[in-house]
Design a protein around this ligand. Structure first.
Ligand code: SF4
Ligand code: SF4
Length: 362
């Protein structure tokens, strides 16, 4: 028996679903959606649940994470109810639901999020001030501003924090998924399903490639691969510093990986910034403020990374320190808020795809 929350369709408006009550159940969206099957009328099942206020049904559904927001359903909706927008609004709603201590609420409320971002920025500046060395503006010294040891320690602490939080929130998500808790899947099936999702959906973005708008697929793939490259480059530098030497010439390898990977990541972020700014396509018409903050931070993180390298090579000392400080602040904000912001789709979506894969195999 599902509990009904008659105010749910109003409540969901704050997450970006403005027009879903206009739906008159014609079924066009289900007919066009590539994810729709005989057993799962995608996205109509979620539309009905929202309109009827079946909050626990929504909480236990992975559908919002399976949608790749191609916007085709919204294009064909005769009532401009924006079903694709609803799926994204439900994602935002679930990010809040799964979040530890409802911390995500802070970032999904316009007013409190302004304070949160200001406080995080001040914290990062304070961290640089407290843990930093006073840079020698007359020469570029990689140990100036903040020592590599401090950076590495901070990186390890942030990594442990993220892993623990990710496991906890993924556990909350899995617990809420309908049916999952009652079933036990074979270990071999689970492992196979995990690798299927990793290769097909994370690395190749197969479902995304079914989108009619191929440019969006390429931009998203560029962001994913760019990020993977930047992550590998960062971890490799840390390993060389920790286990070989901070002066090792081997660091040129991750440096090159970082420079090359930044290019597709810049392309992907500029593409999404441009599309959101233009508001022409259905999927970019109604951006939530959390979408904007996420993509702007990504763009600034990569840009400041390039800027500090360019300043260092051109011996522009002050530019180097300023861009380095900016880079540290932005990366700190991105990492520390990952489990609570749009960035968390990085962990929730693969898990949802994996659960769906297991369910399909059943
Ligand atoms: S196409 Fe529009 S009106 Fe028709 S079922 Fe989907 S959301 Fe409702
Ligand atoms: S946005 Fe695309 S994938 Fe998502 S429900 Fe609509 S048609 Fe389906």
């Amino acid at each position: 028996m599902h509990k009904i929350n008659s105010e749910f369709s109003e409540k969901i408006k704050q997450y970006g679903a403005f027009d879903i009550n206009a739906c008159y159940n014609c079924g066009n969206c289900t007919a066009i959606c590539p994810l729709s099957t005989e057993d799962n009328s995608f996205p109509r099942k979620m539309i009905r649940a929202t309109i009827l206020g079946l909050e626990d049904k929504i909480n236990s559904s992975m559908d919002p994470w399976l949608c790749y927001y191609c916007g085709e359903c919204s294009d064909t909706c005769p009532r401009d109810a924006d079903p694709g927008g609803l799926m994204m609004a439900l994602r935002r709603y679930q990010i809040r639901k799964f979040s530890l201590g409802k911390v995500a609420d802070i970032f999904y409320n316009g007013f409190s999020s302004v304070f949160a971002w200001i406080i995080l920025t001040l914290l990062a500046i304070g961290g640089i001030y407290i843990f930093g060395n006073y840079p020698d503006m007359e020469k570029i010294n990689p140990l100036s501003m903040i020592s590599l040891d401090t950076l590495h320690d901070g990186g390890i602490i942030a990594f442990i924090f993220l892993i623990l939080l990710a496991f906890f929130q993924i556990y909350v998500m899995m617990k809420s998924v309908n049916g999952f808790k009652k079933k036990s899947f074979k270990f071999s099936e689970s492992v196979k399903g995990f690798f299927d999702v990793l290769f097909k959906e994370v690395l190749a973005q197969k479902k995304f490639s079914e989108c009619e708008d191929k440019s969006r697929y390429i931009a998203h793939l560029s962001l994913v691969w760019g990020f993977i490259g930047l992550f590998i480059a960062t971890i490799t530098v840390m390993m060389i510093d920790l286990f070989i030497s901070t002066q090792s010439t081997l660091k040129i390898i991750p440096k090159i990986i970082g420079i090359v990977s930044g290019l597709p990541a810049i392309y992907g972020s500029v593409y999404f910034l441009y599309k959101r700014g233009k508001q022409k396509d259905n999927y970019s018409k109604y951006s939530h403020h959390t979408d904007w903050i996420f993509i702007i931070l990504i763009f600034l993180a990569i840009l400041s990374g390039y800027a500090l390298d360019i300043c260092r090579w051109s011996l522009f000392f002050k530019g180097y320190y300023v861009s380095f400080a900016l880079h540290l602040i932005i990366v700190f904000e991105l990492i520390i808020t990952l489990p609570f912001t749009k960035f968390s789709h990085l962990m929730y979506r693969p898990v949802a795809l994996w659960l769906a894969e297991l369910k399909n195999k059943e």
